[in-house]
Design a binder for this molecule. Structure first.
Ligand SMILES: NC(=O)CC[C@H](N)C(=O)O
Length: 357
């Protein structure tokens, strides 16, 4: 069965269907350059209502491991690959990628040159796209006819904290499981609360620290969260990751903007401005903090991306508050930036963030 990928600029790619053959998808088309980690990527809630094209030439070759999902449901609108492997004999695999997408009602397109598509997106910028079962006659009408997906809230909060363990409340904007796991692995107890929670409600959990999670969409779409974030940052040690970082910036008056084609991959070098140390990081974002706007706020830039110089980290001098644009929890990706969580846990003891945080 043929499937048609049509971009807002009218360009079209034709390939073969996989995943849920009957379903069509529409949203922003992004490319991901990771050589591995397709399962963590398609289950990452930050890809809500996006179509993901993988530049790696072979996808699906180690199957699906039920333990690595980043969320229980898939928010992605479609998956686009060059070549799909239809069998997998890896020892952790329990099903094929094709079958996994079918069960989760996500359509796929295989057999197109995703590197050519990526070059096109790098030249024209991120744009809307539709994966359809028939050629498209009217892009806008078809786009409007296809349903948007909604986020499924993460698991319920855990029981009251044990006095011996630091208790972290994660504010859930679309939290990835690996963030919670990274905190639990470091001895924390974690409660996940909806982003609509009131300060009073959060305080009732008696947190030792707050983590603002990653999440989908434009950070401008979350104005209601900003007063809460300011209140939390003034009361608790606080860390932000990706969307959480962007919202922390906005809460203190900085601006965010859309990158031309986003950062979606596993080998983005970032530099710690205090130490000069460079980490290879996993990234997944289309928006970024405007560095010029940070100078008008109490925040300080701590880290930058070496490919394009974009802002990768912030701190609030005098308060145990810091954030990163990249994904220290990785999954997929390199784990070397995981020290962000160690610094966060140090901060819980009400220490000022060290200059290299
Ligand atoms: N992974 C994230 O939290 C992504 C943040 C935001 N949705 C962006 O695309 O920039």
């Amino acid at each position: 069965m043929q499937k048609y990928l049509t971009l807002a600029d009218g360009t079209q790619w034709i390939g073969t269907a996989f995943g849920d053959r009957s379903i069509e998808g529409a949203g922003q088309l992004v490319f991901n350059t990771g050589m591995t980690g397709y399962q963590e990527t398609v289950t990452d809630p930050s890809y809500l209502n996006q179509l993901i094209a993988f530049t790696a030439p072979l996808i699906g070759n180690y199957g699906i491991d039920p333990t690595v999902n980043q969320a229980a449901t898939l928010g992605t609108q479609a998956v686009i690959v060059h070549e799909l492997t239809t069998f997998s004999d890896h020892y952790t695999s329990r099903q094929t990628f094709d079958n996994f997408l079918t069960i989760h009602h996500v359509p796929g397109l295989q057999g197109i040159d995703t590197r050519e598509l990526t070059i096109h997106l790098r030249q024209t910028g991120t744009q809307a796209a539709i994966l359809s079962n028939q050629p498209i006659l009217n892009f806008d009408a078809k786009f409007a006819s296809l349903p948007l997906k909604a986020l499924t809230p993460q698991s319920l909060p855990v029981a009251l904290p044990k006095p011996t363990q630091p208790h972290i409340v994660v504010i859930d904007f679309g939290e990835k499981t690996a963030i919670t796991t990274a905190l639990i692995k470091r001895g924390c107890q974690v409660s996940i609360l909806p982003a609509t929670s009131s300060l009073k409600h959060i305080q009732a959990y008696q947190p030792d620290g707050i983590l603002l999670s990653n999440g989908p969409g434009d950070p401008q779409q979350y104005p209601a969260a900003l007063p809460l974030i300011r209140q939390l940052a003034n009361r608790y040690p606080l860390a932000g990751i990706c969307l959480g970082h962007q919202l922390l910036a906005r809460a203190f008056g900085a601006k965010t903007y859309q990158l031309t084609f986003g950062h979606h991959g596993l080998n983005h070098p970032v530099k710690d401005l205090a130490t000069g140390q460079v980490w290879m990081t996993a990234q997944n974002h289309d928006f970024a903090v405007d560095p010029a706007s940070v100078t008008t706020t109490p925040l300080q830039i701590t880290t930058i991306e070496l490919n394009d110089g974009s802002v990768e980290g912030l701190r609030l001098p005098g308060r145990p508050v810091m954030s990163v644009q990249f994904h220290p929890e990785a999954h997929p990706g390199p784990l070397e930036a995981g020290q962000f969580f160690d610094q966060f846990i140090q901060m819980l003891h009400h220490q000022e963030v060290s200059a290299n945080a």
